[in-house]
Write a protein that binds this ligand. Structure first.
Ligand SMILES: NC(=O)c1ccc[n+]([C@@H]2O[C@H](COP(=O)([O-])OP(=O)(O)OC[C@H]3O[C@@H](n4cnc5c(N)ncnc54)[C@H](O)[C@@H]3O)[C@@H](O)[C@H]2O)c1
Length: 254
């Protein structure tokens, strides 16, 4: 019996942990060929081993998405090994300690923007010619409700996730007629080890966040988000392009 993602060559960044790890395992169980990407070697090994234990086809790559040469290698090797790319999930991301403008040092601004926004720009820019050559493809970007509102994270993260949504819509607008769909998920709180990134969270940032957390309820399991992602990369969402699917347990309806 054919599966939802049978033989779809799928790159997932940040697939060594949390949401990306669950996406990798779920997509593999639905027949996809997975390229697992993460900067932490043990995490890559863990996800690759989990997929292999279920007889999935997988290739692990330890690389740093803040390095352009690493991204080039990712795209080149994926095509060399698996012939083409069907699906690209720009999922890797880091948090920013809920730092305000005054607390955000330039170095930290660069780091967050490089991982959360510049890396998706580079991976997509390098993958899209291959997708066009292959007659189409699907891109899924992991954004956040911090990409829609101002008080859900620190400055750098908020800017990066707003940027990722603009990026999503632009790519959808320009490449939709080439058979390429590009969508984003705007996630609320998800139970992963993403943490505060920069160390101790800013008390000022946490105070701002507190104003909005009353309506948040429980955090999501990363498996729940993986199922949302599966919908957005599969044919079930074939008419959805340039959309931002909010998965936040109703956190932002109030
Ligand atoms: N957890 C949440 O509450 C939440 C909420 C909204 C959005 N998100 C977004 O979901 C995505 C996944 O986050 P998660 O919660 O699963 O976190 P996570 O920390 O569990 O997973 C992220 C992975 O990305 C990897 N990574 C970080 N920098 C990298 C780099 N330079 N090169 C390669 N890999 C790198 C990390 O090693 C990690 O394994 C992120 O984009 C995050 O911003 C998370």
């Amino acid at each position: 019996m054919s599966k939802v993602l049978d033989h779809k060559v799928t790159i997932i960044t940040g697939a060594g942990s949390g949401i990306g790890e669950e996406m990798a395992k779920l997509f593999s169980s639905e027949g996809a060929t997975i390229v697992v990407v993460d900067v932490v070697p043990e995490r890559v090994d863990k996800t690759v081993a989990a997929i292999r234990s279920k007889h999935g086809t997988v290739y692990g790559m330890v690389l740093d998405l803040t390095k352009k040469d690493d991204i080039k290698k990712l795209v080149d090797d994926s095509v060399k090994i698996f012939d083409h790319i069907d699906i690209l999930c720009n999922n890797a991301g880091i948090m920013d300690g809920f730092y305000s403008l005054e607390e955000t040092e330039e170095e930290w601004w660069d780091k967050v923007l490089n991982v959360n926004l510049k890396a998706p720009y580079l991976t997509t820019k390098m993958a899209i010619p291959h997708m066009m050559h292959n007659g189409g493809g699907t891109i899924l970007n992991t954004s956040s409700v911090a990409g829609l509102y101002g008080g859900r994270a620190g400055l750098a993260y908020t800017v990066s996730k707003h940027g990722l949504i603009g990026f999503t819509k632009h790519v959808a607008a320009y490449y939709g007629d080439k058979g390429i769909r590009c969508n984003a998920m705007a996630l609320g709180a998800v139970n992963t080890q993403i943490g505060y990134g920069s160390g101790k969270p800013s008390p000022l940032g946490l105070k701002v966040l507190e104003k909005t957390t009353g309506s948040m309820g429980r955090p999501a399991d990363p498996q729940e988000i993986a199922r949302t992602a599966l919908f957005l990369v599969s044919k079930d969402s074939s008419y959805i392009n340039g959309s931002v699917l909010v998965a936040d347990n109703g956190w932002t309806v109030y």
